[in-house]
Design a protein around this ligand. Structure first.
Ligand code: GLP
Length: 231
């Protein structure tokens, strides 16, 4: 039996309140490993969590992805984003993200996947790209993929380069948990707001499951909650 719930919200603030309440319940039932995402979608959620009195001191956090070539001190790295938005405000037992400046990329992927295997994720937060990507699993990525180096598509580079100053070059590659890694999470909470995400949500709610729309893999997952304002 699978569980697929859609919660329609009027605002991202409302989504944040719902998530804080869900996390409170999950913490009571022993939440120990949380999968986290970056992106503008997550900012109000992390603000809500930061302002709450939720206690994550016994929770290990894993992030989905990181740009290759960016150190955690680079303000465009996802490590920097997480420290600024959440980890500097809430204490976690451990936090993990791929090392953007690791010397050996293959080893870094293997290291990360092994860590995930040791701490199976209870709840994975996901946003979605306009082209249906989840984490940095771009269209065409195998549903069986584990943590790997992804080449970003032109559309993702165009969307995400808005965060980089003109003189900086946005990386064209990133470490990402694979679709297979993400699907191992016990529960998934997907967040999508705004018209730009409509095509991806239509694909998710349509009939097809296709690697051309990575988000459609979630139809095979046993426990998904979609929180959205797209009707
Ligand atoms: N790798 C991240 C994804 O994990 C995220 O879901 C997506 C959407 O970002 P936003 O929330 O800013 O729309 O952007 C990036 O590409």
């Amino acid at each position: 039996m699978s569980f697929f719930e859609i919660i329609y919200v009027g605002s991202q603030q409302e989504a944040s309140t719902i998530i804080v309440n869900k996390l409170e319940e999950e913490l009571k039932s022993g939440l120990s490993s949380l999968g986290l995402a970056t992106g503008s979608t997550m900012i109000p959620i992390y603000n809500g969590i930061a302002e709450s009195n939720l206690d994550f001191s016994q929770v290990t956090a894993f992030n989905l992805d990181e740009y290759i070539g960016l150190a955690s001190t680079n303000k465009n790295s996802f490590a920097f984003f997480m420290n600024e938005r959440l980890f500097s405000k809430k204490l976690f037992k451990e936090t993990h993200i791929q090392n953007g400046i690791a010397e050996d990329k293959q080893l870094e992927c293997e290291r990360y996947e092994k860590k995930l295997d040791r701490h199976p994720i209870d709840i994975q937060f996901l946003g979605v790209g306009e082209n249906g990507h989840i984490a940095f699993n771009e269209p065409g990525t195998s549903f069986d993929s584990l943590t790997h180096v992804a080449s970003l598509t032109d559309s993702t580079i165009e969307v995400n380069s808005q965060y980089f100053d003109d003189h900086e070059h946005m990386p064209t590659q990133a470490y990402t948990m694979g679709i297979g890694s993400i699907m191992k999470a016990k529960k998934i909470i997907l967040l999508a707001f705004g018209e730009k995400k409509r095509a991806a949500i239509d694909a998710l709610l349509g009939n097809n499951i296709t690697e051309q729309w990575p988000i459609t893999v979630l139809k095979k997952h046993p426990h998904v909650t979609l929180i959205t304002n797209i009707k």
